[in-house]
Design a protein around this ligand. Sequence first.
Ligand SMILES: Cc1cc2nc3c(=O)[nH]c(=O)nc-3n(C[C@H](O)[C@H](O)[C@H](O)COP(=O)(O)O)c2cc1C
Length: 142
Amino acid sequence: MATDLYQLVYVSRSVIEGDEQSYREQIDEILKVSRENNQRDEITGALLCNRRYFAQVLEGGQDVVQDAYERIQCDERHEQTTVLRFRPVPRRDFGEWTMAYEGHDSDALHSFNRLTQESRLKLEELDGLDLVSLLQAHLQAA
Ligand SMILES: Cc1cc2nc3c(=O)[nH]c(=O)nc-3n(C[C@H](O)[C@H](O)[C@H](O)COP(=O)(O)O)c2cc1C
């Protein structure tokens, strides 16, 4: 097993405000920077968000994933970042995506909305593996 490949899953509370257009612009900006940096660092993953929460999967070398998470954690566009899962994995689940995105009117988003409503909300009670499966199922179906 390739022990240097790690997967990290975290959730956080979004503090992005504004109308739909400015919200989308801010998400687009996050995705642009993420995709550039992640390509450089050979990180792949997926981002799921609704107006109140983010969930993100990052996968790649242990050091680069940890460094990316440190930067992300300090970002003022969200708070209470909570790691649900950080462990070696045998292969990438999101190998085709520098950062896949689900946040606009998709089945994955509707499931995420349900999950975040149901758990009302201790972030640490969300299940990292559920989030990975949810994203994977949707991306494979897309
Ligand atoms: C929800 C969220 C997800 C993010 N995801 C990533 C990411 O996957 N990779 C990344 O490099 N930066 C990500 N960022 C941005 C970082 O917090 C930070 O702004 C960026 O890494 C700084 O890059 P720079 O030093 O090249 O400007 C994310 C930010 C937020 C709020």
